[in-house]
Design a protein around this ligand. Structure first.
Ligand code: NAP
Length: 501
C-alpha cells in the first residue's frame, strides 16, 4: 500500500535514527542519574507512595479512582474539604495546603486559568513534583505551554507534563489498555521517572518526550483531528466530486440531451461504480508517485542529506493513509460489482437482447476475443484486489510489527508496484478496443476510466526508467550516503549534530 518504510523516505529514516539515538541518550542519562528506585521497571514494591491530586473534578476523580485501584494512597486537595459520594472510596479530601504536605507528587487536575491559586502555596510546593495534565481548547492557545506556565508560577517545584492525552472517560470505564501511550516530558529527570513509574503502575505505557519544551506539542496532540488523514480525505472528496460531475455530464446529461433517454438512475450504482475504481487506482498511484519524485530529486541533487520540499515531505508521510483510502474505494468497487447481475437494468438489457435474437432468428456467435478480454479483465481485477488487501493488512501495526524490515519492504514496495501494475492492466483491458472508438468521446470528453490511467501510467513509466542501471546504481549509492557534491557533507554533519543534541 505504501512505501512508508521505503528507503526513498530517507529523511524519515534519518529522523527515526536520531530519535532512537536521543532515546538511548535519555535512557543512559536516566540510568546514570537515578537511584535504584528510579529503575525503568515499574516500582513493584507493595507500599506505594501517597499521591496528591488537586481538583475533585471529572479528571481528578477518574485518575484518583484508577490510582487507588493500582494501590496508591490518594489525597485530594480541594476548595471544599467536604467529602461527597463522588470522591473515590479510600481517598481523603483536604485543603490544598494540607493535601500538598502529604505527598511528594501533586497532580494538578485543574484548568490552566485557575492556576493563580497556586502562587500562595509556592513555599509548600517547593521541591515537590507537580504533574500538569491540562489541555487547551485551541492549538497553541497561549504563547507558552500550560506546563511551562505552571513552572513559572511555582519556580521551586519540578514540573512534569503527563496524562493529558488520556480521557477521564477512558480512565473510568476501564477501556485503557497497556498499549495506551502517555506522553511525558519534564526538565527534572528524577521527577519525570517518578511520574513514568506511576504511569506504568496504572498499566499504561509512558513515552519520554524529553524536556518541558516538548509540552506545547504534547498539549496540541489531543486537539489534532486525524492529522495524517486530512490530505487523503480532502483529496478523495475533491476527486469524487470532480468525477461525479464528469460522469453525470457524460453518462446522464449527454444521452438525455441528444437521445432523449433518461439514465438518471445511473446515479445510484453505475456512476459510483465508475468513481470507486477510478479513485482506488489514482490514489494507489499517488502512494507511489512521491517516492518516484523523491528519487528524481535525490538523483538531481546527488545527495540524500538535503530536505525535500515541505509539500513532498507531507505527502511522503501520509502515503499509508492514501493507500488505505484507496483500498476502501477498491472494496466498494467490489461490492458494487457483485450486485450487477441483480440490477433491473442489467437483467432488462440481457433479456431484450435474447428476445431480439429470437425475433430475428439469429444467434450471436461467440466472440473469443471479447471472451478473452472479459475474463482477463476480471482475473486482473481479482488478483489486483487480493494484493491490495494484502498490502492493507500488512500496513496494520500488529502485522507490521511481526515482520522484519526486508519482509515489510518487499510487501510494501515490490508487491505494491505489482498491485499497481495489475490494477492499471485491469483498467486498460476494461478499455479494450474502445480507446479509439469515437463513441467513447462525448462532448469531446473521454471516458472517465481513461483519465484514471494518466497518473498510474506516469508512475509506472518513470519507475521503469529508474530501474535502468545507469540511474539505479547512483541512486542506490546516494541512499547509502554517497554525495556527488561534497559541499553538503558539512551541512549533513550539522543536521546530525543538531538532531543528536
Ligand atoms: P472540571 O471537571 O471542570 O474540574 C476542575 C476542578 O478544578 C474542579 O472540580 C475544582 O475542584 C477545581 N477548580 C475549579 N475552579 C477552581 C479555582 N478557581 N481554583 C482552584 N480550583 C478550582 O475539569 P476536568 O475535566 O476534571 O479537567 C481538569 C484538568 O484535566 C483540565 O486541565 C483538563 O484540561 C485536564 N484533562 C481533562 C480530561 C478529561 O477527560 N476531563 C482529559 C485530559 C486532561 P475543587 O472543587 O475540588 O476545588
Amino acid at each position: 500500500m505504501s512505501e512508508v518504510f521505503s528507503m526513498v523516505n530517507v529523511r524519515e529514516d534519518f529522523q527515526k535514527h536520531t530519535r532512537k539515538m536521543q532515546a538511548r541518550l535519555n535512557y543512559y542519562k536516566m540510568n546514570k542519574n537515578s537511584s535504584n528506585t528510579m529503575a525503568l521497571a515499574p516500582n513493584t514494591s507493595s507500599k506505594r507512595e501517597t499521591v496528591c491530586i488537586f481538583g475533585t473534578g471529572d479528571f481528578g476523580r477518574a485518575l484518583g479512582h484508577k490510582m487507588i485501584q493500582s494501590g496508591y494512597p490518594v489525597v485530594f486537595g480541594s476548595r471544599s474539604t467536604q467529602t461527597s459520594s463522588l470522591i473515590p472510596k479510600g481517598a481523603e479530601v483536604f485543603s490544598h495546603a494540607e493535601a500538598a504536605q502529604k505527598a511528594a507528587i501533586i497532580i494538578i487536575a485543574i484548568q490552566r486559568q485557575h492556576y493563580n491559586f497556586l502562587i500562595p502555596l509556592a513555599e509548600i510546593l517547593r521541591g515537590k513534583v507537580l504533574v500538569d495534565v491540562s489541555n487547551n481548547l485551541k492549538i497553541n492557545q497561549y504563547p507558552e505551554s500550560n506546563a511551562e506556565y505552571l513552572a513559572q508560577l511555582v519556580p521551586g517545584a519540578k514540573v512534569v507534563k503527563a496524562f493529558n492525552t488520556v480521557s477521564a472517560w477512558a480512565l473510568q470505564s476501564g477501556t485503557l489498555d497497556a498499549s495506551r501511550q502517555v506522553f511525558v516530558c519534564g526538565d527534572d529527570m528524577e521527577a519525570k521517572q517518578m511520574v513514568m513509574d506511576i504511569v506504568r503502575a496504572l498499566g499504561l505505557t509512558p513515552v519520554d518526550q524529553g524536556s518541558l519544551l516538548a509540552a506545547q506539542e504534547i498539549e496540541n496532540y489531543p486537539l489534532q483531528l486525524f492529522p495524517m488523514w486530512k490530505f487523503p480525505i480532502l483529496l478523495s472528496l475533491g476527486l469524487t466530486a470532480f468525477f461525479f460531475f464528469y460522469c453525470l455530464a457524460r453518462d446522464v446529461i449527454y444521452p438525455y440531451v441528444y437521445e432523449n433517454k433518461d439514465f438518471s438512475f445511473f446515479i445510484a450504482i453505475s456512476i459510483p461504480n465508475r468513481i470507486c475504481p477510478i479513485l482506488a487506482l489514482i490514489l494507489l498511484a499517488l502512494v507511489y508517485l512521491p517516492g518516484v519524485l523523491a528519487a528524481i530529486i535525490q538523483l538531481y541533487r546527488g545527495t540524500k542529506y538535503r530536505r525535500f520540499p515541505d509539500w513532498l515531505d507531507k505527502w511522503l508521510l501520509c502515503r499509508k493513509q492514501l493507500g488505505l483510502v484507496a483500498l476502501a474505494f477498491a472494496s466498494l468497487h467490489v461490492l458494487y460489482t457483485l450486485v450487477i447481475p441483480i440490477r433491473f437494468f442489467v437483467r432488462w438489457r440481457i433479456s431484450s437482447r435474447i428476445v431480439s435474437q429470437a425475433l430475428n432468428n439469429k444467434t450471436e456467435p461467440l466472440n473469443t476475443t471479447n471472451a478473452w478480454l472479459s475474463d482477463s479483465y476480471v482475473a486482473l481485477g481479482i488478483l489486483g484486489f487480493f494484493l491490495f488487501v494484502l498490502l492493507g493488512i500488512t500496513s496494520l501495526p500488529s502485522v507490521s510489527n511481526n515482520v522484519n524490515w526486508r519482509e515489510f519492504r518487499f510487501v510494501q514496495s515490490k508487491l505494491g508496484y505489482l498491485t499497481l501494475i495489475l490494477c492499471t492492466a485491469h483498467t486498460l483491458v476494461y478499455g479494450g478496443n474502445r480507446f479509439l472508438s469515437p463513441s467513447s468521446y462525448r462532448w469531446y470528453l473521454p471516458n472517465a476510466y481513461m483519465l484514471s490511467l494518466i497518473v498510474p501510467c506516469i508512475v509506472l513509466v518513470v519507475k521503469f526508467v529508474l530501474i535502468f542501471p545507469c540511474l539505479d546504481k547512483p541512486l542506490t549509492r546516494i541512499r547509502q550516503g554517497w554525495e556527488r557534491n561534497p559541499q553538503y557533507s558539512e551541512q549533513s554533519n550539522y543536521i546530525i549534530n543538531k538532531s543528536a543534541v
